[in-house]
Design a binder for this molecule. Structure first.
Ligand SMILES: [Zn+2]
Length: 410
């Protein structure tokens, strides 16, 4: 049994400070868009750090950067750890970045003590996780996992018409397809929570069961535009009144389904004039649950209710699902190793599902994956004020170190 050690706190925080200075905004946040000059600068330093640890560095055809530390078993699959170094335009210093730099600290610590593992360990920086410059998000992990085709990824353009492929070439990070990670045993991603749960419950570590599934459903309510004065109440086909009942119904249904979250964040009313009876209303609702069956049942029930409401008000409706993303359930092998590490380190923890997507979502289709969350103060994220206390960062990195030593040994 290998004696488990903890990370070097000061070195981790010093490394984090260097990252926080690359693309720094006035308000101490970061603007480090994917494949920008700032991203290039960060990548160059990161590659230098990987080489200093004697890792074998590769870059694939999506610009994902890998650093591999060999294990004792020849040609064995890797335990991969990492996240992303890109940010939103007014992003924080922690989102994604911390997971990559903590992974580097894990490698450094294993090297400090000359600890060998049975399986190789690979650190990964995924390209364009944020989706702020090139849509959709998670193009690097989506490419490696064959979620998106190479043509699709390369043709994604930023607002200036520059394609992903051109941007990749211009910063010198166009690598080769053969460098993509293939032989992989696990992927573990350490990330800030980007939500309020750990902070509210005052727990240090989130043991993530998976990523909740979601749908966006568009409802068009078609009535008849008419004058607000002469038209009798009984003769109206007002589209907005039934739409309002539908919105209330979308909210109320969450009381029937434990863990269901619904939001109507987008609505349009035509013609939207004070003295005109609304003739057409469009609304889109976002609906999320960790159980796909429950989410689909709730959508079916809402569809039935909407038809009843439409009949009552003599309007027509069209319901279309604009987007579906099924839930991802992480591997029990990884979840158990995180639980064990947390207990061994005597850190408080709790289990829940992630609302936002992460690179681990796509990596889970390639190998047994999982995620460790640390506290985001006030749940604030994608914001320059994003903050996690040093103490919590250190705890997260220690859990990662212990998890890696567990998964990388027989
Ligand atoms: Zn992230």
């Amino acid at each position: 049994m290998i004696k488990l050690r903890n990370i070097d706190n000061k070195r981790l925080m010093d490394t984090f400070e260097i990252s926080s200075s690359i693309g720094r905004t006035e308000n101490n946040g970061l603007n480090r868009l994917a494949l920008s000059p700032e991203d290039q600068q960060m990548r160059d330093i990161f590659v230098k750090w990987l080489k200093e640890e004697n890792l074998e560095v590769r870059v694939d055809d999506f610009g994902n950067i890998y650093g591999k530390r060999e294990g004792k078993i020849k040609d064995a699959p890797s335990v991969a750890i990492g996240s992303h170094l890109d940010t939103q335009p007014c992003g924080g210093r922690f989102d994604g970045i911390f997971g990559v730099l903590a992974s580097l600290e894990v490698i450094r610590r294993l090297n400090d003590y000359g600890i060998e593992t049975d399986y190789p360990i690979e650190i990964i920086n995924f390209t364009n996780e944020e989706g702020a410059r090139f849509e959709p998000p998670m193009l690097g992990s989506g490419g490696v996992s064959n979620t998106f085709s190479k043509e699709f990824i390369y043709s994604s353009k930023d607002e200036n018409g520059i394609s992903f492929k051109q941007a990749l070439q211009s910063i010198g990070y166009m690598g080769e397809e053969k460098n993509r990670i293939k032989n992989i045993k696990n992927f573990v991603e350490l990330h800030i929570e980007q939500g309020p749960i750990l902070d509210k419950e005052d727990k240090s570590i989130g043991i993530i069961g998976g990523i909740i599934g979601m749908s966006w459903v568009h409802v068009k309510v078609i009535g008849e535009t008419n004058h607000a004065g002469p038209t009798p109440m009984s003769a109206r086909r007002d589209a907005l009144v039934p739409a309002s009942e539908m919105i209330l119904r979308i909210n109320e249904i969450t009381k029937q389904y434990k863990g269901l979250k619904t939001t109507v964040g987008k609505i349009s009313n035509k013609p939207n004039a004070v003295n005109v009876i609304p003739g057409e209303v469009d609304l889109t609702f976002d609906i999320r649950h960790k159980d796909d069956v429950e989410r689909k049942r709730a959508i079916e029930q809402l569809t039935k209710n909407f038809n009843e409401i439409a009949n009552e008000y003599n309007v027509e409706i069209e319901i279309t699902t604009e987007w579906n993303s099924d839930a991802v359930h992480f591997s029990t092998e990884v979840i158990d190793s995180i639980t064990e590490a947390t207990e061994r380190l005597n850190y408080s923890s709790m289990s829940f599902y992630s609302g936002p997507g992460h690179d681990a979502k796509y990596m889970n289709s390639l190998c047994n994956s999982g995620m460790i969350f640390v506290k985001s103060i006030g749940g604030i994220s994608h914001n320059e004020n994003e903050l996690t206390a040093d103490e919590d960062l250190i705890k997260g990195a220690n859990v990662l170190l212990h998890v890696v030593q567990k998964l990388a040994n027989k």
